[in-house]
Design a protein around this ligand. Structure first.
Ligand code: E4P
Length: 217
């Protein structure tokens, strides 16, 4: 499973990239607002750090303007992926971009049927929002499983990009369900390495090693 970081904060992208485990980045208008910086400027900086796909979301509601916005965003760097909302207009723009060879991430997916439409429109990625499905009282992980099954049934190439991840448990569940990618907030990605028994075990090994009086180098 690939790891993307879900942030528009360049310092977070840098920190996660330094771990050597970063496959891409997703941004959205709310994350850009939180970053408090010009969108195109921060995309340029993120694309200079990360070789993998960097999702940049359009804000128009009609396909024609989405295409204009997506083309402007694509010019920023070759690894920009145009993020489009899961609406008829978004799907129309997705189909055109797919024919032109422009990478797309269809976002705000909350049902398997929506995901089926995105795959048929040639999306590079589909973003089911599992945390928000959970918030609404349903099972977000079930959505990932349904999409995985449907895409495998018909050999769709669209990658399942699990989004709206709220915990390390979500990450494990996504990997078990066969998501191609999980886009994860930086704090949760960093928490994945933590386990109290690792810390306890390491403390004990180091104390015993010290008692031997030896050195490796
Ligand atoms: C995905 O691309 C979105 O940016 C993100 O995962 C949404 O997460 P949220 O529901 O925590 O806002």
């Amino acid at each position: 499973m690939k790891f993307f970081v879900d942030t528009a904060d360049v310092s977070e992208v840098k920190a996660i990239a330094e771990l050597g485990l970063l496959d891409g980045v997703t941004t959205n208008p709310s994350l850009v607002k939180k970053a408090g910086r010009p969108f195109k400027e921060l995309l340029q900086e993120i694309c200079a750090i990360v070789e993998g796909p960097v999702s940049a979301e359009v804000t128009a509601l009609d396909a024609e303007t989405m295409l204009a916005e997506g083309r402007a965003l694509s010019k920023i760097a070759p690894n920009i992926v145009v993020k489009l909302p899961l609406t008829w207009e978004g799907l129309k723009a997705c189909k055109t971009f797919s024919e032109e060879g422009v990478g797309t991430n269809v976002t705000l997916c909350f049902s398997a049927n929506q995901a089926l439409l995105a795959a048929k429109a040639g999306a590079s990625f589909i973003s089911p929002f599992i945390g928000r499905v959970d918030d609404a009282g349903n099972d977000g992980m079930n959505l990932i499983r349904e999409i995985r099954t449907i895409y495998d049934n018909y050999a769709f190439e669209t990658e399942v990009l699990a989004a709206s991840i709220r915990s390390p448990q979500h990450v494990t569940a996504c990997a078990l369900a066969g998501a191609d990618v999980a886009t994860v907030p930086a704090g949760i990605l960093q928490a994945l390495v933590k386990h109290p028994l690792t810390d306890k075990g390491l403390d004990a090994f180091l104390a015993d090693w010290k008692a031997t009086g030896q050195k490796i180098v």
